[in-house]
Write a protein that binds this ligand. Structure first.
Ligand code: ADP
Ligand code: C5P
Ligand code: MG
Length: 203
């Protein structure tokens, strides 16, 4: 894809910072196509006949980053699918916009995606302290059915986030491509901050 044909915005933040929740709001107001890397990996994990199911399951439980070839292939396939089905949609006239949540989680993913798929417009970063995220995730774990919403996996995910994923945010920040928002408040409050912060962006 060429960045002159599609707009890609990344949504990053620690586990439980609200990426999925806020992405849903942005889809409603801005007409983005939302792709969650974690959701795509979970779907592939459960797809009958997938050769990666067991691998993905074990990486996710340990909070580790799945080898990027798998994740990037799932994302670019999902983008191609969305574009293929777009002509029949009412929004068909404007430039397609993708909101990619939970990706890139590691520097190699960021470089590989931007070199081989598409450059990102900017990254929305949801800044949230670990104690708040932990509370949200434990609560989500009561109903999510996710293997990784338990205290032990959460601890591992926080560590991977600090050591492996924050360097991606820092790298984009050096390029002047990060919009940072405090994500501790109520959902609507955080969303109001996001709208304000991205108002300056041409999307
Ligand atoms: P992420 O995709 O970043 O892991 P989610 O959007 O799934 O995070 O949110 C994690 C959990 O916290 C969900 O159960 C969600 O309903 C809840 N949540 C999200 N944002 C807030 C918020 N601002 N205040 C309280 N709970 C929230
Ligand atoms: O974003 P989400 O919390 O749904 O991601 C769940 C898990 O999926 C991560 O902890 C990680 O194991 C895996 N993942 C990944 N690479 C990504 C996104 C998610 O390996 N880019
Ligand atoms: Mg999520």
């Amino acid at each position: 894809f060429s960045s002159s044909d599609v707009t890609v915005v990344f949504v990053l933040g620690g586990p439980g910072s609200g990426k999925g929740t806020q992405s849903a709001h942005l889809v409603k107001d801005y007409g983005f196509t939302h792709l969650s890397a974690g959701d795509l990996l979970r779907a592939e994990q459960n797809r009958p006949g997938s050769q990666y199911g067991d691998l993905i399951r074990s990486y996710i439980r340990d909070g580790k980053i799945v080898p990027m070839e798998i994740t990037v292939a799932l994302l670019s396939n999902a983008m191609a699918d969305a574009l293929a089905h777009r002509s029949s949609q009412p929004s068909g006239a404007s430039k397609p916009r993708f909101l990619i949540d939970g990706f890139p989680r590691k520097l190699d993913q960021a470089v590989f995606f931007e070199d081989t798929v598409c450059k990102s417009e900017f990254t929305l970063f949801l800044n949230c302290p670990e104690d708040v995220m932990e509370k949200r995730l434990l609560k989500r774990g009561e109903t999510s059915g996710r293997d990784d919403d338990n205290a032990e996996s959460i601890r591992k995910r926080f560590r991977v986030f600090v050591e492996t994923s924050m360097p991606v945010v820092d790298a984009f920040r050096k390029q002047g491509k990060v919009v940072s928002v405090e994500a501790t408040g109520e959902v609507d409050e955080v969303y109001a901050h996001i709208k304000e912060a991205i108002a300056v962006k041409d999307i």
